[in-house]
Structures are given as structure tokens and as C-alpha cells.
Write a protein that binds this ligand. Sequence first.
Ligand SMILES: [Zn+2]
Ligand SMILES: [Zn+2]
Length: 127
Amino acid sequence: MNGCLHAYLLREVIMKCRMCGQEFPSVHYFQTSRTCTSCYRSLSPGEQKKVQKEDAPDLSHADARPVSIDGKDLVCPFCGNDTFWARQTLMNTRGLTFAGLEWANREADNYICNRCGYVYWFFRVQP
Ligand SMILES: [Zn+2]
Ligand SMILES: [Zn+2]
């Protein structure tokens, strides 16, 4: 996921304003990811809001939902958002020694913040 975001940012660095079509050498000239500062300033406050929303990189995930663990609602510690999407990650312990532990190659639950991408990890040994 990080890789994708990085590629996205790199691609956006050499860019054209989507409103006036002018090319700029860096994001410094841009107010949002796709609209240059001078175009942005010529807009009404209502239009500026719309442009901000349209140009925001989309980190959101269709399956995002509120999550609760043992009756406690999950809240992102970074941005305060409360919707997350889930994935599972195999805990591969090959090459490590966990003497007496039965948890090698089990899955951990990840909950990923739908706003900022913060990742929670939960690893629980089944009873
Ligand atoms: Zn422009
Ligand atoms: Zn967050």
C-alpha cells in the first residue's frame, strides 16, 4: 500500500493544472494535487471546497466500517477517525525461535484507518 502511495506522489510531481492546462515543475505551485494556486484563488469558496474534495488522494476503502474489539470501539490514535477496513497478515516466524509457542504461521488481524492509513495489529492465539 505504501508503494502505491509513493508512486502516486511521484507521478503527481510533474504535473499539469487540470483547469488552465499549464505545466509546473513542482507541487509548490499547486493548491491541491491537480489545481494550481492561481486557478484555485479565482474560485469562489464553495468551488474551492469542491475542488479540494475532488483532488484529494483517495485512501478510502469501500469496505470500511466501525470496528469494536471486546466491546471497545476502535478509534485511530493519529487522526481520530473511527472507520477501518480489515485484512489479515500471516505471521511468518520462520527462522525465529519461539520455544513452546504455538503461534507460528498464524494470521494477525489488521485494521487500517480509512482516513489516514494507520494500521492496527491484533494477534490472538485461539483458545
Ligand atoms: Zn491553473
Ligand atoms: Zn487515521
